[in-house]
Write a protein that binds this ligand. Structure first.
Ligand code: PLP
Length: 282
């Protein structure tokens, strides 16, 4: 692969970052992941807006302007001949002597790489995925998309150890989100329930799109927290993220959700997302 590092295009083996980089030492870095379908960027404006917000929350000055960043996204797709998959972009505060206090004038490190992934024909779509519930032990600013991902990695690894595909994180009795996706349920009355925005969850770009598309399709929605038990008793459940779009959840802690197979509202919303967002890809 050809990757991007601080203004340079390099073969992946030649891209080197300092061991003093604060992204490496403190997870002092933020990231975005954008899906690519047919060589085009899906929901890019949302990702660009959230990137700006994450940088602002941490006081990291962007090393690149918005137009150039879009151009770099386009070029990395072209240089790697990427049809379907994702672009990972990370900006760290940059290298500095190791000190907890932020350095005065750091030079941020920006890097991008691509990964191929079957998003439209993900084999898990047929059955949906199984999730386990685990306590949400992450830090309390999950609205900032930092690379501090150790706990979600532990949770997902534990899920896979238990023959599930993902973990839903639970705090104060309510589901916050999945390890790397937002969590949603559909009630027996056909209403889409998803947790409201706060510092407790990442403000998913796909979540926002799905809410818009649900409104357009006449699917009633309510933004509120739900418990694992309510999810297990729901008609349908699903997760949303840039790299899964809408993925049905058909088992929670071993218990089937609804009929135990991907539900009609979930499938309708997935189809609407693909139709609308692929048509508007840039
Ligand atoms: N929640 C968490 C914790 C995530 O890591 C992600 C994506 O990686 C999401 C939600 C979904 O966000 P998006 O739809 O913007 O990819």
């Amino acid at each position: 692969r050809i990757v991007y590092l601080n203004g340079e295009w390099l073969p992946e083996g030649e891209a080197k970052v300092s061991i003093f980089d604060r992204g490496f030492l403190f997870a002092d870095a933020i990231y975005e992941v954008t899906a690519v379908i047919g060589g085009k960027l899906i929901d890019y404006p949302g990702h660009a807006a959230r990137l700006k917000r994450s940088l602002g929350e941490l006081g990291i000055t962007s090393p690149i302007d918005a137009d150039s960043l879009l151009e770099v996204h386009r070029q990395i797709v072209a240089r790697n001949n990427l049809g379907e998959g994702l672009i990972y972009m990370q900006i760290s505060r940059g290298p500095a002597d190791r000190d907890f206090a932020f350095p005065a004038n750091p030079t941020p490190t920006i890097t991008l790489f691509t990964q191929e992934k079957a998003i439209l024909s993900n084999p898990k779509l047929e059955t949906g995925i199984s999730v386990i519930t685990v306590p949400d032990l992450r830090w309390a600013r999950r609205d900032i998309k930092t690379v501090q991902l150790l706990y979600p990695s532990m949770a997902k690894t534990e899920a896979m150890r238990q023959n599930a595909e993902d973990a839903w994180l639970v705090e104060d009795g309510f589901v916050t989100e999945a390890s790397s996706a937002n969590a949603h349920i559909v009630t027996k009355e056909g209403k889409l329930i998803t947790r409201s925005l706060s510092t407790a969850i990442l403000h998913g770009i796909t979540r926002a799109s799905i809410l818009d598309l649900a409104h357009a399709a006449g699917v009633p929605t309510e933004e509120r927290a739900f418990t694992p038990q309510e999810a297990k008793d729901a008609a349908e459940a699903f997760i949303t993220s840039a790299t899964s779009f809408v993925m049905p959840v058909t088992r929670i802690d071993g218990q089937p959700v609804g009929a135990g197979k991907p539900g009609p509202v979930t499938q309708r919303l997935r189809a609407a997302y693909i139709e609308d967002r692929c048509a508007n890809a840039i």
